[in-house]
Design a protein around this ligand. Structure first.
Ligand SMILES: Nc1ncnc2c1ncn2[C@@H]1O[C@H](COP(=O)(O)OP(=O)(O)OP(=O)(O)O)[C@@H](O)[C@H]1O
Length: 313
């Protein structure tokens, strides 16, 4: 089953084309990351999925339900933890959760049970009678996740859920979301912490200027970047040794450290060492540095950066 299907989505805000023919699919059970620089259209896409914005053209489905013509069916499958704190501030948080579940068709007794369960899951059950405004920043983030979970969603959408959250809480939230994913919940995540997407996501889509640039596993994407072999030599050569080898892009020298840029560190290391050995150089250390997803990401969205855009970070 396909959890999300976007087909040629276009969204215009006046002159701004926030989405420019976006198409991709997210399979059920996937942990899917949506990465892109500021303004790439990530939140706009999420807003269309949850019915907060209407597309100008194209279509989107959630578990086979069109997000516009079958809004309620699609929306009932989704739990959303948004970027902004858009919470009813006048009720105790437990009541806010009960209202939310009720709005999505859950009976009152069951709604109360789920509210308690969601608050326990995110670790703020002892704050159940507190209003949202009185929670700390970290607790507010936890609450948004509880609100997303109270309807027991099949698709959990997290729009930068760890923005401004300390390292410990961030790790805790990720463990929780990972567990939910392990139990079968499909997760769509946008984050500016690329190393988190790298660690958590099965698949990432890189978006830029309202379009999909690439969809692949973090590992595949890393494999497309340039790796570096840092070779330490016993004696500093006078100049960079010559390399005439497939897959070697270049080399620089810094004292006894020779940095060789290659397409794939793992498969090129042996040949580089052999070439050095044949040239009479003694190698004392070898360090393999794989391209990070962040480097590949910056490379893929660089046109935007050069034009003055801000790099996601
Ligand atoms: N309600 C709106 N009215 C007008 N323009 C909008 C509106 N919402 C978004 N935009 C524009 O659409 C484009 C995409 O914005 P969007 O918020 O979807 O990007 P994003 O990828 O989520 O960015 P960020 O990483 O900064 O959250 C931007 O140029 C933005 O200014």
């Amino acid at each position: 089953m396909t959890a999300i299907r976007a087909n040629g989505l276009v969204k215009e805000y006046g002159d701004v084309r926030a989405l420019d023919g976006l198409s991709f699919e997210v399979a059920e059970g996937e942990f899917f990351g949506l990465l892109g620089p500021n303004g790439a259209g990530k939140t706009t896409f999420i807003n269309i999925l949850v019915g907060l914005a209407r597309s100008t053209a194209g279509s989107a489905e959630v578990f086979g339900h069109d997000v516009e013509s079958e809004y309620q069916e699609a929306r009932n499958r989704i739990g959303l933890a948004p970027q902004e704190f858009n919470v009813d501030r006048f009720f105790p948080i437990r009541e806010v959760l009960e209202h939310k579940a009720g709005y999505h068709g859950v009976a009152p007794d069951e709604a109360a049970r789920r509210a308690d369960e969601a608050l326990k899951t995110v670790g703020i059950y002892d704050k159940r009678d507190t209003r949202f405004d009185w929670l700390s920043g970290g607790m507010k983030r936890r609450f948004l996740l509880a609100r997303a979970l109270v309807t027991d969603p099949d698709l959990l959408i997290l729009d930068e859920p760890t923005a401004g959250v300390d390292v410990e809480l961030r790790r805790e939230l990720w463990e929780l979301v990972q567990r939910l994913n392990d139990d079968g919940t499909t997760v769509l995540l946008t984050t500016h912490y690329i190393e988190e997407a790298e660690r958590l996501c099965d698949t990432v889509a890189i978006m830029d200027a309202g379009r999909k640039v690439e969809v692949a596993s973090p590992d595949d994407l890393r494999g497309r970047g340039e790796d570096t072999l840092v070779v330490t030599l016993a004696d500093a050569p006078e100049s960079v040794p010559a390399f005439d080898r497939e897959g070697v892009y270049g080399a620089t020298l810094d004292g006894t450290d020779l940095s060789v840029t290659v397409d794939d560190a793992g498969s090129r290391a042996a040949a580089v060492i052999r070439a050095l050995d044949r040239g009479g150089y003694e190698v004392t250390n070898l360090d393999l540095r794989r391209a990070s997803l962040e480097e590949v990401f910056v490379g893929m969205t660089r046109a935007d950066t050069d034009a003055g855009g801000e790099v996601t970070r």
